[in-house]
Design a binder for this molecule. Structure first.
Ligand SMILES: [Zn+2]
Length: 296
């Protein structure tokens, strides 16, 4: 893999720690913020980048868009160093308090470490000092800058998006879908198709100027952001139709998921363990099954 690390300015006081799969956004100010925490295998590199970038300053707060292993992986390691507060949804807070969930998140991170031949002994452990926020909460950054909290479930039940104002930079987590390495947008409605679609439509109403995606790209300009979200919505509908068709032929959800993974996810933005990818696709098949096929 080509390594292109370093920190680049995104706009104003927003910076991005470059990474082909897991770019991380840093907002500098009176308090320094990080949006999400990448994977455990990147923890030491992120630490080094932040050290160089921040000098003696700390990370004061981490905003988690959701609880997935590839957004929380480096969290506990970085928290040991910086002692920051974590801001997340109530559901993410509950997940991060569960021993079972911590073991699950660590398990996927250890698999990713193996894939990257990372033999460090780092483990993901239970983060502390997690504060729950909800729709319309505002996180002030300075007298002229704040982050607005939006609940955008559907990717997971715990998903939040954050809107930096007045710049209108949107951090949607995985709620806007993911751009694959071949440029195609892939939907990620893991917990609910209907909620995912509603969240996408909600994001469209914000007229964001920048879409700071958590995997491999930034979309700049109001028009480009709108086009991205429209394309994402269209792909979401198409994938649902495809799953509905498959469910008419068979009720074997696992085999539908296997076929979809091979057909649709051949160039994933997030390599990840196959197990994690298959879990995602299986969750989407189940969501369509329960919301559109198996009418109660
Ligand atoms: Zn996710």
């Amino acid at each position: 893999m080509v390594r292109r690390r370093g920190i680049s300015p995104l706009q104003g006081n927003v910076f991005v720690i470059r990474d082909p799969m897991f770019p991380l956004y840093v907002i500098r100010g009176d308090r320094n913020l990080l949006i999400d925490c990448s994977i455990l295998a990147r923890a030491r590199e992120i630490e080094d980048e932040l050290e160089r970038f921040l000098g003696g300053e700390k990370i004061d707060q981490v905003l988690l868009t959701h609880s997935h292993y590839d957004h929380t992986g480096a969290c506990s390691h970085l928290q040991e160093k910086y002692g920051f507060e974590i801001v997340a949804s109530q559901r993410t807070k509950e997940i991060l308090a569960s021993d079972k969930a911590i073991a699950f998140i660590d398990g996927l991170n250890q698999k990713f470490k193996e894939m990257l031949q990372d033999r460090s002994g780092l483990v993901f452990s239970k983060p502390h000092n997690v504060r729950a926020v909800m729709e319309n909460d505002v996180l002030p950054l300075s007298s002229s800058q704040e982050l607005e909290v939006l609940e955008t479930p559907g990717h997971t039940r715990c998903s939040l998006s954050f809107l930096l104002k007045p710049e209108n930079i949107l951090f949607p987590g995985d709620a806007a879908g993911v751009m694959e390495r071949n440029g195609r947008i892939k939907p990620l409605f893991l917990s609910s198709y209907m909620q995912y679609e509603a969240s996408l439509k909600k994001l469209m109403t914000l007229n964001a100027a920048v879409l700071a995606l958590p995997h491999n790209s930034v979309v700049r300009g109001e028009r480009a952001v709108r086009e991205f979200l429209e394309a994402s919505l269209a792909e979401t509908g198409k994938l649902k139709e495809k799953i509905v068709c498959a469910l008419k032929r068979t009720d074997d959800l696992a085999s539908i998921a296997e076929d979809l993974l091979d057909e649709e996810y051949s160039a994933p933005a997030i390599m990840g363990p196959r197990e994690a990818l298959l879990l995602n696709v299986t969750a989407m098949v189940k969501s369509v099954f329960y919301e559109f096929v198996k009418v109660p």
